[in-house]
Design a protein around this ligand. Sequence first.
Ligand SMILES: [Zn+2]
Length: 116
Amino acid sequence: MKITLDLPEHTVDPSDGYNDPYYDPGVCGNCGYEKSGTMAKLVPYGWVHTEPPHEGEKSCLQAIVDNLPQIGASAAWLVVGQHVARYPSRHSASTIRSVITELLKPAWKVRKEAGR
Ligand SMILES: [Zn+2]
């Protein structure tokens, strides 16, 4: 199954804070470094870099996505679910339905084990 997440994006413009000594663009939710370039918001991580720090390296967003299978299917679905729940209007009904179905699977399993 393939789910496309529509992530809010914003591009950090350093000239915004050029004259402000207290300018603080905030930090990336993955690496903790200052935001720069195009940032995408993935709940629950927050704003993360979409551009690799150096050529040939992974962006923070790519690193998170690549790591999802390793954190386990239900944890990964929880990430997707939190994101879709926060921005439901950005996702198709079929995406939302698939996410809900996946999120409910652990509950079904518990019920089956309980013999109901
Ligand atoms: Zn980062």
